[in-house]
Design a protein around this ligand. Structure first.
Ligand SMILES: Nc1nc2c(ncn2[C@@H]2O[C@H](COP(=O)(O)OP(=O)(O)O)[C@@H](O)[C@H]2O)c(=O)[nH]1
Ligand SMILES: [Mg+2]
Length: 104
């Protein structure tokens, strides 16, 4: 009970860090979604992602670290490594579709 109270008290003052990985094939819209989540929809997304891009944005009390991972074949073996440390995995399939998987 006391531990829950302390957790609640802490949550009033501290931000929560959330690591989210965006994965999916090339041109699936990962970078576009990342830019949109960072309130930066007009940012140039014509350059293919080499390796990964990491962006940080604060949403309320959550500090969101977005790992926009490259979709090319040569980068896909990196997905597992990054996803292991993430609490949220966003799988983008096709430009209009994605689903969120939380591993908290
Ligand atoms: N029409 C349309 N185009 C999109 C959408 N999302 C992304 N695109 C376009 O699809 C291309 C690839 O998107 P990008 O975000 O770079 O894909 P990524 O390779 O998964 O990072 C870009 O030219 C985007 O402008 C969408 O919802 N609608
Ligand atoms: Mg990209």
């Amino acid at each position: 009970m006391f531990a829950k109270f302390v957790t609640w008290l802490k949550s009033l003052f501290y931000k929560k860090e959330l690591q989210a990985c965006l994965i999916g094939l090339q041109n699936a819209g990962k970078t576009t979604l990342t830019n949109a989540l960072c309130n930066d929809p007009d940012r140039d997304n014509t350059i293919p992602t080499i390796g990964f891009n990491v962006r940080e944005v604060t949403k309320g009390k959550v500090n969101l670290h977005l790992w926009d991972l490259g979709g090319q074949n040569k980068f896909r073996n990196l997905w597992e490594r990054y996803c292991n440390d993430a609490q949220c995995i966003v799988y983008s399939y096709g430009r209009w579709n994605c689903f969120f998987l939380f591993t908290m």
